[in-house]
Design a protein around this ligand. Structure first.
Ligand code: NAD
Ligand code: MLT
Length: 526
């Protein structure tokens, strides 16, 4: 396995990779895009920070790449859709720099309230001017936090130490969590109207529109001070400058920008009330060691053992969960593959029902395994990562449902495929010995073993059919390993699933199809 580190990563992380047997590591930083495109096919893993822009062209050339690791939080420098479609897992290291970034936020809050950078540079320019830099206290002021995630909560905890009152807007955080953090959850407008300081801690919005523009600045409490240590795209810079000029906003401290590195003739640098740091939020030795260590451990864990942690484009599965759901991953893939060979026309919808014990497990990976099975025969490079992307790309609607209800089996997984030519449904279960079986196919109940080669017959439920089948298979030297029958007495029809030791020839299939009372015959290979 070869791993490329294409940005400056703490040496501690690179050493972890170097010491790992079976992993070769190359550190090549600052490569232009064209160079990266030329060499990327040699690598199984790629580790970046924020400098390398992992664009679609690089991903398309990455024929052996299995994982991209981002040593940090934001994955906005990686084309997630292109990686997903190519079956490449993208992971981040979200916890390593949260404390450091929360501390940088506090540093900027204090800098803003006491004009520290401006005062320092004035003095260094040989001017003693204390009266120009009258500040404000944080004590008993209101801090509004947008995004109460890892960094937002750490900022809240630290700001409480300064005896600030803390409000937060985060539509995904529960009241209970906010209460534990000592934070009042409010609506965005309320947050703007009541905050003396505002700090942003959310990812950039997907469509790139700013969270703070003229409309929002107009709603804010006059004299508010704003800190952005999250992403530059969250603020409309021109509207911010305007709001500062009109005195609506007293000042802002920015660590992140729309375009990085920031253009040195940016108007942001011309405004005295704006403090700027060059994306330093995560820049401490401690944070860089933590993100590098976690990312390198994660990459090894995935490349060598298949454990997925902190993945942003597929569900993460730890080793314990993986062991528990492994039989269902195999069952799911087999069911998807089985039914894919019994449908005609493009699939439009997949309905998956998890019942019983399996419904309490992590089902997303099982769904992905079903989709992988469904596409196994039609798409070359299919895996559990790109299967859901491909389903989406092809406009296939995928629905999952869970129920604790159980009947004969402790768990069942039902896959219903709707194609332009009809609907087929197969239900599977895991038996005590770990064997996976089909327990229902369309409306027929049975207990059929899933094996490499199978024949699926639709026949009239009359005497002689099984005898004729045995004769034809015997004549064609096909050994029967198992036979499973599902009957619909009222209709006088049956479905037979026959396990055979080798695949049937076209002549065998023709002979079976020409046999009376056999309505259809399909060969299925897993
Ligand atoms: P996180 O995922 O733990 O927290 C983000 C929070 O934002 C979540 O609680 C989420 O519910 C909330 N959220 C999402 N969309 C929202 C919206 N529209 N309005 C309000 N809340 C919303 O992430 P984190 O680790 O705390 O990181 C936060 C941001 O900081 C990220 O953008 C990350 O890239 C950035 N970051 C910057 C630096 C730096 O160097 N300046 C360092 C680390 C992280
Ligand atoms: C992140 O998203 O982790 C930060 O932007 C810090 C970094 O530059 O890695």
């Amino acid at each position: 396995m070869k791993v490329l580190v294409s940005d400056n990563l703490s040496a501690v992380g690179v050493d972890i990779l170097k010491k790992e047997s079976g992993i070769e590591v190359d550190v090549k930083t600052g490569l232009p895009k064209e160079e990266l495109i030329k060499i990327i096919a040699d690598y199984d893993g790629l580790i970046v920070r924020s400098a390398t822009k992992v664009v679609a062209e690089i991903i398309q050339a990455a024929d052996n790449l299995k994982v991209i690791g981002r040593a940090g939080v934001g994955v906005d420098n990686i084309d997630l859709a292109a990686a997903g479609a190519k079956g490449i897992i993208v992971m981040n290291a979200p916890e390593g720099n949260m404390i450091t970034t929360a501390e940088h936020t506090m540093a900027l809050l204090l800098s803003l309230s006491r004009n520290i950078p401006q005062a320092s540079s004035t003095l260094k320019n040989k001017k003693w001017a204390p009266k120009e830099f009258m500040g404000v206290e944080l004590f008993e002021k209101t801090l509004g936090i947008v995004g109460l995630g890892r960094i937002g909560s750490n900022v809240a905890e630290r700001a409480r130490g300064f005896k600030m009152k803390i409000l937060a807007y985060d539509p995904y955080v529960t009241q209970e969590r906010a209460e534990i953090l000592g934070v009042e959850l409010v609506e965005m407008k309320d947050l703007f109207e009541r905050s003396d300081f505002l700090s942003l801690h959310t990812p950039g919005l997907a469509d790139g529109t700013p969270l703070l523009g003229k409309e929002q600045f107009d709603q804010m409490k006059p004299g508010i001070r704003i800190v952005n240590c999250a992403r530059g795209s969250l603020i409309d810079d021109a509207a911010l400058i305007e709001a500062i000029k009109s005195k609506k906003v007293a000042g802002a401290a920015l660590d992140v920008y729309h375009k990085e590195p920031l253009d040195l003739d940016s108007p942001l640098l011309e405004v005295d009330e704006i403090i700027c740091t060059p994306h330093l939020g995560a820049s401490t030795g401690e944070a860089q060691e933590k993100v590098a260590t976690s990312m390198c451990d994660q990459i090894i864990d995935y490349l060598k053992y298949g454990n997925v942690r902190n993945a942003v484009n597929v569900p993460s599965i730890d080793a314990e969960t993986l062991a528990k759901i492994q039989p269902y991953l195999t069952l799911g893939e087999d069911l998807g593959q089985f039914v894919s060979q019994l449908i005609d026309g493009p699939v439009t919808r997949v309905d998956i029902q998890y019942k019983g014990e399996v419904s309490t497990m992590q089902i997303k990976p099982v769904t992905n395994a079903i989709l992988k099975g469904l596409f196994n025969r039609s798409i070359d490079e299919i895996n559990m990562v790109n299967a859901p992307f491909i389903a989406k790309e092809r406009g296939i609607e995928v629905q999952e449902s869970t129920s604790s209800e159980v009947h004969e089996y402790t768990s069942t997984v039902q896959v219903q495929i709707i194609s332009e030519s009809g609907t087929r449904k197969v239900t599977g279960s895991i038996f005590g010995n770990g064997d996976s079986r089909i327990v229902q196919f369309d409306e027929y109940h049975m207990e059929a073993v899933l094996s490499k080669n199978m024949l699926v017959l639709n026949n009239m439920d009359v005497p002689g059919v099984i005898g004729n089948l045995g004769n034809i298979l015997g004549k064609n030297k096909l050994n029967i390993a198992g036979f499973h029958l599902g009957r619909q007495k009222e209709e006088g029809k049956a479905i037979s699933i026959v396990n055979i030791d080798s695949p049937p020839t076209t002549e065998t299939l023709r002979a079976l199809r020409d046999t009376s009372n056999i309505l259809s015959v399909d060969s299925v290979t897993l």
